[in-house]
Write a protein that binds this ligand. Structure first.
Ligand code: FES
Ligand code: FES
Length: 214
């Protein structure tokens, strides 16, 4: 029987084996993925979706894989709602659906058939800003403005959540009505990322609106 010590495998031999096995696995898997993607495209299924967006009815025929964000931006031309990460991590796509805020990139439009959606375009208009929009302007709650539509929608919903007595991770007493504190606002707004770092001014804007009960 051959002694193990007689087997000589060089580093070069190992690299050759590794490359061959990697190629052997990768090539068919890429081909399979392309084939699956192309057959999925051919099998696109559409569905009728009715949404009330900013008070206006919309009837759409959508690929069932269309996110609510893409339905708003690409099919209704409501581009105020921004696509930041498209992975539920930045909050730029926040809209209000049936009174609750939602990351529109993480949900399919067909799941909201019959829902009422409010986007930044539905909150206020030039010359007639929503109190939260006006407070953001007064407090410099933005720089580039890319995150701002999501921040404003989220902020409006946050005050609604506090008014409805919904506790957050930092609420000390789960049975008491939460107070509008900077800590509560920061926690509740933590899903809305601002690359420009306008956070402290955003908290000031929300605090002012909460104080004026707008
Ligand atoms: Fe939806 Fe970032 S685009 S969370
Ligand atoms: Fe620029 Fe928030 S204002 S990302």
């Amino acid at each position: 029987m051959e002694d193990v010590s007689d087997i000589k495998i060089t580093r070069r031999d190992l690299l050759k084996v590794g490359a061959a096995s990697a190629t052997g696995i990768a090539v068919p898997s890429v081909a399979n993925a392309q084939e699956a993607a192309s057959s999925a495209t051919q099998r696109a299924v559409t569905a009728a979706v009715s949404l009330e967006v900013n008070g206006k009815p919309h009837k759409l025929e959508l690929d069932t894989r269309t996110t609510l964000l893409d339905a708003l931006r690409e099919h209704m031309q409501l581009t105020g709602t921004k696509k930041g990460c498209d992975h539920g991590q930045c909050g730029a796509c926040t809209v209000i659906v049936d009174g609750r805020r939602i990351n529109s990139c993480l949900t399919l439009a067909v799941m909201h058939d019959g829902s009422k959606v409010t986007t930044i375009e539905g909150l206020g208009a030039p010359g007639k800003l929503h109190p939260m929009q006006a407070a953001f302007v007064r407090h410099d709650g933005y720089q580039c403005g890319y995150c701002t539509p999501g921040q404003v929608c989220s902020a409006v919903a946050v005050l609604g959540e506090i008014r409805d007595g919904i506790p957050s991770h930092v609420s000390a007493d789960l049975k008491a009505r939460p107070q509008v504190t900077a800590e509560e606002i920061r926690e509740r707004m933590s899903g809305n990322i601002c690359r420009c770092g306008a956070y402290s001014n955003i908290v000031d804007a929300i605090t002012e609106v909460a104080g004026s009960k707008a």
